[in-house]
Structure formats: structure tokens, C-alpha cells
Design a protein around this ligand. Structure first.
Ligand SMILES: [Zn+2]
Length: 316
């Protein structure tokens, strides 16, 4: 671990080791790839802090005015873009994208994002360098990516772009070719254990197994534990009866966060026979599709429970 003070994200050693490369001022853009919740965002936050730190060492100093602003999550030189769920015109289906309105003030379409990249980069940095973090580069559509390309090639005031994505193949090639690329690997379990203990959390083996080396997952251990609990509760209820299954599904609906809960459910099912897991996976995919196409959520979760009972061989 680095000597980063509380407030800035704590990085596992394998990520802190990447700072040496990412601290170099010359690059305009980095594409950081790695599994969901592996810790790409925390790394990007630290890189942004490092490029603005008044006394940078192997990491940001943690005490200068810039680092204090970064620790509060309110750094004037850092802009984070993440995808929004939008309804595509004429269709009911929702999809996640980073629209052109995130980069320029587009007429009639500028309500989604308050600060646009163009405007943000027109202003000189308050500290040392403006940094744009794109948390979900795979969600940049061609129109948005094109608007960004010019800025990445000649960034005003030497700004830095940090593009985060799970898979390089899902990022538009024009963006990939203009960025330095770096893989963000999972960390050893002992590292995550240390991070949990350092943040005053208990390092329970199930949470560590669920994290599978992904530092981002233990950054919010309460959410991860709650998702596991919801997944376990539903799985147990499937075997108790139809009524219990429907009730557990309704309870899950109230807190359902699609990505995290899907991972938790798959983790809880990991020791089931392959055929059961495959059928349960299909039910989960159908649920996500239904939710994305504005189906009635209550009904969708009931159907999900029924399909799961069939998958586990406990219902008709
Ligand atoms: Zn500092």
C-alpha cells in the first residue's frame, strides 16, 4: 500500500505500482481496462490527485490543498463522466450511453449533464492539470467519441483524459489508438484483506471470495454484503415454497442494483450443477432485459422467481 492519507482511495500494491507510469505528464490519454469493480475508478481518482498534487511523491501527498479537495471528492480540476440510462426515441427500451450532451452543449439535449467537457477544458486549472475521467468508455457512442477525439489530440491547457473500460474490444478503435493502454489487474486476496482491516472492516472469507481480487468491490463492503445477503435469501426461499420465493423476489426488487446483484446471485449459485446455473443465468438475463424495456418490475420479479424455481427443479 502507498502512503496515501485517509480520504483519498487506498490502492492495493499492484495498482499503486501503476502510478509510476501514470504520473508521467506527457500522455494526453490513458485507457485503463480491467474487470468490473477491479478498482479502475479508485486508481483514476488517485492519478487525478497525483497530477494536481503540490508535493507529489510515489503517490499524492494527501495534505496539500489540492489533495484535500480530492479527498473530499470536490476537486475543481476533475470532471467525471459516466453513462446515463436514456430512452431511445420511438422505443421503450432503455440503454446506457454517454451522449453528445456530455461533451458539448447540444441543443435540446443538454439537460443530462450540467458540465460539458468542452466548457470544462476552456478554463485554466485551479491547481496543475484538468483531468477528465470517463468511467465507462464503452458507453461513448460514435458521435460523442468524435467530439472527444479533437480534445484528446490537442487537449486545452494540457488536460489529461482517463478512459476506464472493462474490455478494450468494446471501446471505439479511434479512442483506443489515441490512448496509452494499461491493464488494471485483480489484487491478491491478502491485499484486499489488508485494505478491509485498514478501513476498519472485518475481512470475512465470503466477502473476499466474492471480491475475487477486485478492490472496487470491497470499497463499499456494506453494499456487497447486502447484495450477497439478498441473493442468499432468494436462493434459500426457492426451496421453501412458492409463496416464500415470491416474497423473497419482491424483497430483492426493493434494493436491486442490476450489476451488483447479478454478480451476487451468480456467486451464490457457483456450486450448483452447470445445467442449473445455465437455466438460472437465462432467468437472470430475462429479468434484466425486462427491466431495461420498462416491463412492470413487480411482475418481472415474480416471473424471475418462477423461472428460478423451475431452474432449480423445485417448481413447475
Ligand atoms: Zn498533495
Amino acid at each position: 500500500m502507498t502512503a496515501i492519507r485517509p480520504g483519498l482511495p487506498r490502492l492495493p500494491a499492484v495498482h499503486a505500482a501503476l502510478l509510476e507510469v501514470l504520473a508521467v505528464r506527457s500522455g494526453n490519454a490513458w485507457l485503463l481496462t480491467g474487470p468490473a469493480r477491479v478498482g479502475k475508478r479508485a486508481l483514476a481518482d488517485v492519478v487525478a490527485a497525483l497530477h494536481n498534487c503540490a508535493r507529489p511523491g510515489s503517490g499524492p501527498c494527501g495534505v496539500c490543498a489540492s489533495c484535500q479537495a480530492a479527498a473530499l471528492g470536490a476537486h475543481p480540476d476533475v470532471l467525471v463522466l459516466s453513462p446515463r440510462t436514456v430512452t431511445s426515441t420511438g422505443k421503450a427500451a432503455r440503454r446506457k450511453i454517454i451522449p453528445i450532451g456530455a461533451v458539448l452543449r447540444a441543443r435540446d439535449r443538454d439537460k443530462d449533464y450540467e458540465v460539458h467537457v468542452y466548457e470544462f477544458l476552456e478554463v485554466r486549472p485551479t491547481y496543475r492539470r484538468r483531468v477528465v475521467i470517463i468511467d465507462g468508455a464503452e458507453y461513448l457512442n460514435a458521435e460523442t467519441a468524435n467530439a472527444l477525439l479533437k480534445l484528446i489530440e490537442e487537449p486545452p491547457h494540457g488536460a489529461l483524459f482517463l478512459l476506464l473500460a472493462e474490455d478494450v474490444r468494446s471501446v471505439l478503435p479511434t479512442l483506443v489508438s489515441r490512448s496509452g493502454r494499461l491493464g488494471v489487474p485483480p489484487a491478491p486476496e491478502s491485499e484486499l484483506e489488508r485494505l478491509l482491516i485498514a478501513s476498519g472492516q472485518s475481512a470475512d472469507p465470503e466477502l473476499l471470495a466474492f471480491a475475487a481480487g477486485r478492490a472496487g468491490l470491497i470499497a463499499d463492503p456494506e453494499a456487497a454484503r447486502a447484495a450477497l445477503e439478498g441473493a442468499r435469501h432468494l436462493s434459500a426461499a426457492l426451496h421453501e415454497g412458492l409463496w416464500q420465493s415470491l416474497e423473497a423476489a419482491a424483497a430483492l426488487e426493493k434494493t436491486f442494483s442490476p450489476a451488483l446483484h447479478s454478480e451476487a446471485l451468480r456467486f451464490v449459485w457457483r456450486r450448483e450443477p452447470p445445467a442449473v446455473r445455465a437455466a438460472a443465468d437465462l432467468a437472470l438475463e430475462a429479468l434484466q432485459e425486462a427491466l431495461e424495456s420498462y416491463a412492470n418490475p413487480g411482475l418481472s420479479f415474480q416471473v424471475f422467481a418462477l423461472k428460478l424455481r423451475a431452474a432449480f427443479g423445485v417448481g413447475g
